[in-house]
Design a binder for this molecule. Structure first.
Ligand code: GAL
Length: 749
């Protein structure tokens, strides 16, 4: 029976490598670290991206109890940037190229039970290696470095289950079925009669079916395939009700046994010429692209923070799909997408550049690793098998499509391009449509893009981004235009059934190379900033949810007389899902009801309300020189006031709001949570232009990621607190000049 041991605590790290270090056992000069780990913490912005591009060395003294002798021992890595060479006791055991996919090496042939301990060494190359995607050209993001995802040790019998693939059948029929493919690792070429038990169970609930199948191990073809039929009362997985099932596969042969568990969902996902269909129903895709990077630690954030991103996308921004641009992302992120009902478009690593034969071989291997890792996730509805925005290369892309289909014939493929008339080798023409510059567009005509004689399944995979970079603390009019560009495109896509939907560029601002971004190594392309704090544009997405789930009312304004050119706040765009709004200006409550602009934006479910001079006189909120007043905007749903937003005419610093995402963390492994700091006025609105210096202090078993003194930008800032392996109470104090000290407590168990 297998035993999986997490190996994330107590690594030793040295930010350098010299030949021979892999054979040395002396740990002086190494620092103790826990995984996920970044090879170098960087400043928030204005840093040299070359600073983390170096070779480094990780060591782990491994001790396996004697009774495990005879087991087949594997070391599993979830992701190491960008290449890893692994040694045991100085002997080379394997090398892996590509920073975004998992790999494993067998250790037991080099493991010595007489020796205490056995030393694992991982030499990590975080330079931009020319033969490894995405490198070789320029890329608009940073890849950071280190063993930035988890590591585990697997102890197995000489025969064990390497992986399983589950394919659901007749998903829309009353009785459902599934095929389970079982891939065995039969290290000793064992032959004989064994058995496989397959059990399907509701997550945390009833067993649906369990069956034992005979298996002629060593003679039956690999993989073994088993079918469960007549599955009754199965609940489908969809975006509103993401029902999940557990599948357990148990192997028995002679004295050996193994057990492999995974989660699946029953759903049918199909891109057709007239849109995307989930379980036979059309669903307009409203998605965002996500980079997996964070301030200071780059890619190295633990499970909770990965999961939180999925929660932000689904529960805060209310999008229904995320594209893991431009590489496979953390398994924790994808697992959470399964649980939340957030669709995923996952693609192989790469950006614009195609390398030579070796490079392509690594790309194909990375594609295989991605699909084999993720083929059981119900959330994933499309594989991206083309290097993002690369030139056509029919030979290469015929291969990547063939490989994807061989591994997983149940999912369609896409391949993201920005060139028109590209050869369509995939099932879905996935296109980055950057035509909208405020005037042109908002979207191109499908057939003008594809150059094909007829419509094909078609998905817009990016728009906006570099066309209109916008900071969370940018001027109000720019932020309004930023938001309207998202709206115009969602509206256009909503009106055209031949567009399956859109995936905006992008969810979060991200660190980037000097060749891109605002000169400070940041692309301000997100609808949220790098701390996942919202810009106004995020409200375009947020408001597309039923008011019964969450009423939304987000006016695009800082509410000031003179922030905009000429003055005033008109036209006032208010993203809302309410039936109508009412406005109070000063003491005067206008009788008028302001309705959503459904005539102008019929393509979105919940168009914004836009108040302009045609609707109210200049004496209300218009002209320069008149008194500025407080206001209240109230949102009505089914004739009841369900939400209101107040603005004050004389905003002053009144509250320092300090909130933590999760007040309880674990000490078992590295854990982290975000603390947000907001400077609010009397009405609870951000003071967008305040320059407040915030001093942070932490007491207890943890540390603050990033600097302990930060400045508030656009009225807010955030940071993450990380645990070490000690339980206790963390207290973080936040000290700002204009306020009394605030503190937050986090329990670490
Ligand atoms: C696209 C690219 C993205 C990002 C975006 C900015 O061309 O695929 O990674 O660079 O432009 O708008």
């Amino acid at each position: 029976m297998r035993k999986i041991i997490n190996l994330n605590n107590g690594w030793y790290y040295k930010p350098e490598y010299r030949k021979g270090l892999e054979r040395e056992e002396d740990l002086s000069g190494f620092v103790r670290v826990n995984l996920p780990h970044t090879n170098l913490e960087v400043p928030y912005n204005y840093f040299d991206e070359k600073s983390y591009q170096f070779q480094s060395c990780y060591k782990y003294p491994l001790q396996i109890p004697r009774e495990m002798e005879g087991k087949h021992i594997y070391l599993h890595f979830e992701g190491v940037m960008a290449a890893a060479s692994v040694y045991l006791n100085g002997c080379f055991v394997g090398e892996h190229k590509g920073g975004y996919t998992p790999f494993a090496f067998r250790l037991d042939p080099a493991y010595c039970f007489e020796r205490e301990p056995n030393m694992i060494t991982v030499v990590v190359d975080s330079t931009e290696l020319n033969d490894v995607p995405p490198f070789g050209g320029q890329i608009d993001y940073l890849t950071f470095g280190g063993i930035y995802r988890e590591v585990s040790l697997g102890l197995y019998d000489p025969i064990f289950i390497e992986k399983i693939k589950v394919e659901t059948g007749q998903v829309l029929a009353v009785d459902k079925s599934l095929n389970v493919m079982v891939f065995l690792k039969n290290g000793q070429q064992l032959k004989g009669e064994g058995s496989i038990r397959v059990t399907l169970q509701e997550t945390g609930g009833q067993v649906v079916q369990t069956q034992v199948f005979p298996a002629a191990i060593g003679s039956d073809p690999d993989p073994l395939v088993f079918t469960l039929e007549g599955l009754k009362n199965i609940k489908l997985w969809d975006v509103d009700h993401p029902h999940l099932y557990e599948i357990r596969v148990e192997l028995k042969i002679n004295e050996y046994s193994d057990e492999y568990c995974d989660r699946i969902g029953f759903r049918q996902a199909e891109f057709k010429k007239d849109g995307f269909f989930l379980n036979g129903k059309r669903l307009k895709i409203i998605g965002l692209n996500r980079h997996q990077s964070f301030p200071y630690v780059g890619y190295a954030m633990p499970r909770r923070v990965q999961e939180k991103d999925a929660e932000i996308l689904k529960e805060e921004l209310h999008v229904n799909l995320v594209r893991t641009s431009h590489y496979p992302q953390s398994k924790h992120f994808i697992n959470r997408c399964d649980e939340l009902g957030l669709l995923v478009f996952e693609e192989l690593p790469g950006w614009q550049h195609l390398g030579g034969e070796q490079w392509k071989a690594v790309a194909k291997e990375n594609l295989r690793e991605m699909i084999e890792r993720d083929w059981n996730h119900p959330s994933i509805v499309l594989w991206g098998v083309r290097i993002n925005e690369s030139a056509d290369d029919d030979g290469f892309y015929t291969d990547t499509n063939r490989l994807a289909k061989q591994l997983d014939s149940t999912r369609q493929t896409g391949g993201v391009r920005f060139i028109t008339g590209s050869k369509m080798l995939e099932d879905v023409y996935t296109f980055n449509d950057f035509v909208h510059d405020g005037i042109r567009g908002p979207l191109r005509d499908q057939q003008a893009v594809t150059g094909l004689p007829a419509k094909v399944p078609y998905l817009v995979t990016e728009f906006n981004g570099h066309m209109y970079p916008t900071k969370r603390f940018d001027q109000e009019e720019r932020q309004m235009e930023h938001s309207l560009r998202f709206l115009r495109i969602l509206n256009a896509a909503g009106l055209d059934d031949s567009i399956a939907g859109t995936i905006g560029w992008c969810a979060f601002d991200y660190n980037t190379h000097q060749d891109f971004g605002s000169g400070d190594r940041i692309c301000y392309h997100g609808v949220m900033d790098m701390f996942r704090l919202p810009k106004f544009a995020s409200a375009v997405y947020k408001s597309q949810v039923a008011p019964a789930i969450e009423p939304v009312l987000e006016p695009v304004t800082f509410w000031a007389r003179g922030e905009r050119s000429i003055g005033g706040v008109l036209p006032l765009v208010i993203y809302t899902n309410c039936d109508y709004l009412q406005l109070q200006f000063g003491e005067e409550r206008l009788e008028q009801k302001f309705y959503p602009q459904s005539r102008e934006y019929p393509g979105v479910l919940f168009p914004p309300v836009i108040i302009d001079l045609a609707l109210i006189g200049p004496e209300v909120v218009g002209t320069w020189g008149l008194a500025w007043k407080d206001s209240i905007i109230t949102g009505f749903y089914q004739n009841e006031a369900v939400i209101e937003k107040r603005f004050c005419a004389n905003p002053l610093p009144s509250t320092l709001a300090v909130t933590v995402d999760d007040p309880v963390l674990t000490a078992v492994e590295k854990d982290a949570t975000r603390i947000s700091v907001k400077v609010l006025d009397q009405c609870g609105n951000l003071l967008p232009f305040i320059d407040e210096i915030i001093k942070l202090e932490l007491h207890g078993p943890g540390r603050i990621i990033g600097p302990q003194e930060v400045v508030v930008k656009g009225g807010a800032v955030a940071f993450w607190v990380e645990t070490n392996n000690e339980p206790g109470t963390i207290e973080v104090t936040v000290d700002a000049q204009s306020f009394e000290k605030k503190s937050i407590r986090i329990e670490v168990n």
